[in-house]
Design a protein. Structure first.
Ligand code: SF4
Ligand code: SF4
Length: 496
């Protein structure tokens, strides 16, 4: 890997359980894709694991009640449940087992119905990912290397539930029809290569390699791993790689094994929570748990004085105390607000380019992002930026480079979307003009045809009239001649 940073990783602590939150607010859409239609109503009692939304479209991932209780509100974005302590654990609510024999389609349907999404942070629907690789025999890439140095939930999961995680890897191999599996771990972790190889052999996995990557951030990023396996640079968010590869985080593998072993939907996730004293703990948190409940359970002081982030120290994004834990939250950090740093001008030191794992030119990106020079940003490959913040970290001028790139990417996406919309609108306008032209031509044809018919009718009727007059005249003439003619001898004899 080019560049990157050597950062101190946090050791993993045991997985703890939170006190049951009195209410849950479950976002209807937590994944990449549209929301599934809600199937419960206000006032309905629900048990843990009961689906709250459902769809057969693989892009519309259903959500489930993460605890039992009563639905007290349904808004456009969330379903609120007042919880009931007696329903706080998973019950196999109408759980239908995976049908036998296990086909790829049955795995896809099973994972979809249980709301499985990638738990590495991207939340891509698992069923849609497998479905997209249906006619291939891909290499399965398992990410057991934590990307951010602050996040330790995956390491905790491996230490406490390693066997179940690798049952999930075996299930993922079957479900994806993978021919080979590569498991990435980070050097220096407690679950080292030997421990991993034992888990691999205990799970009966064949054609599986364990690769230990140096603990250099962001070696655990998906693009870095896929590039490592394919031997060529894989673009960000590129799912149609050649050779075909499909990657899952180990949290996702654990969710797969739970869904097959117990029929359990995705109702909770392991999240690293960092408090204001920078102490990191791992919790199994029901989806939809309010952050205010999390802060109260941790005994945090005045939360209004704290800043809250999702993601670790490198890839974090600010969220508010009003947020809830979703399937995407692998780390939540409460920190004491820091005074703003003073930013200075770029001194063209080039440290950012040395640190960039994507071999981009962060300084050039910065200049062009500030100037809103879109064509230059496209030429400089802005969309390959994985927002790792390595450039921010090394910049002596403390420039907020990644924030600027994120804004520039959003602007580019909006422009791209507007251009697409404008193109679609133009196509519709052109189609309409053609349609109107065609209708006009058809109308003109119809009018011409009508005119022809009318003139034909007219000439026919004129002809008929003439004939009738002639016939009448002929009859009158014949009558006249009959009266004027002298009586014939035959007639006279008859008279006598
Ligand atoms: S590290 Fe900062 S100061 Fe140095 S070239 Fe990059 S943007 Fe400029
Ligand atoms: S944030 Fe983007 S530009 Fe900066 S180092 Fe990471 S990939 Fe490179």
């Amino acid at each position: 890997m080019h560049g990157g940073l050597k950062l101190q990783h946090r050791p993993a602590s045991d997985i703890e359980t939170l006190p049951t939150p009195p209410t849950l607010r479950i976002p209807i859409q937590q994944h990449q894709g549209p929301a599934a239609p809600v199937i419960v109503t206000v006032g309905e009692s629900v048990v843990c694991g009961q689906p709250l939304s459902m769809s057969t479209d693989l892009r519309q991932v259903p959500v489930h009640a993460s605890l039992g209780g009563t639905v007290t509100d349904i808004s456009r974005t969330d379903i609120t449940i007042t919880t009931n302590d007696s329903c706080a654990t998973w019950q196999p609510w109408q759980a239908s087992p995976l049908p036998n024999p296990h086909t790829q389609q049955s795995y896809i349907n099973h994972f979809h119905q249980r709301g499985l999404v990638g738990l590495g942070g991207a939340c891509f629907p698992v069923a849609a990912k497998i479905d997209a690789h249906k006619n291939t025999t891909p290499t399965l890439v398992i990410n057991a290397a934590e990307c951010d140095p602050d996040i330790c939930c995956d390491e905790a999961l491996l230490q406490q539930c390693g066997a179940a995680v690798f049952d999930g890897v075996a299930i993922a191999m079957q479900a994806t029809a993978a021919s080979r599996c590569v498991v990435f771990i980070e050097q220096g972790k407690k679950t080292d290569t030997a421990a991993m190889q034992k888990l691999v052999s205990d799970a009966g996995l064949h054609n599986t390699d364990v690769v230990a990557v140096p603990a250099i951030y962001p070696s655990g990023a998906e693009t870095q791993m896929l590039s490592h396996v394919s031997g060529q640079r894989v673009a960000r968010n590129s799912y149609n790689t050649s050779p075909p590869m499909i990657s899952f985080n180990i949290g996702t593998c654990y969710a797969m094994s739970q869904s097959i072993a117990a029929g359990q939907p995705l109702v909770a996730r392991i999240t690293t929570v960092i408090d204001h004293n920078s102490r990191a703990r791992n919790f199994s948190i029901p989806i939809g748990t309010p952050l205010s409940h999390l802060a109260a359970s941790l005994g945090l002081p005045d939360t209004t004085a704290l800043e809250i982030f999702s993601g670790g120290r490198m890839m974090r994004r600010e969220i508010t105390l009003n947020s809830v834990v979703t399937k995407s939250h692998n780390c939540i950090e409460f920190t004491v607000a820091q005074p703003p740093v003073s930013v200075r001008e770029c001194i063209r030191c080039g440290l950012c380019a040395d640190a960039c794992p994507e071999k981009l030119q962060p300084q050039q990106l910065y200049i062009n992002a500030k100037a809103h020079n879109e064509s230059a940003l496209v030429a400089l490959n802005l969309n390959s930026c994985i927002e790792c913040r390595c450039c921010d970290h090394v910049c002596p001028s403390k420039l907020p480079l990644t924030a600027l790139y994120q804004q520039a990417k959003t602007d580019l996406a909006v422009k791209h979307r507007s251009k697409l919309d404008a193109d679609i609108a133009k196509q519709r306008f052109d189609k309409r003009a053609l349609r109107l032209q065609r209708l006009e031509a058809q109308k003109a044809d119809r009018l011409a045809a009508k005119k022809d018919t009318l003139s034909n009718k007219k000439s026919t009727s004129t002809l008929n009239k003439k004939q009738l007059i002639e016939q009448a005249l002929q009859r009158a003439q014949a009558k006249k001649q009959h009266i004027a003619a002298p009586a014939s001898p035959t007639n006279r004899e008859a008279d006598q």
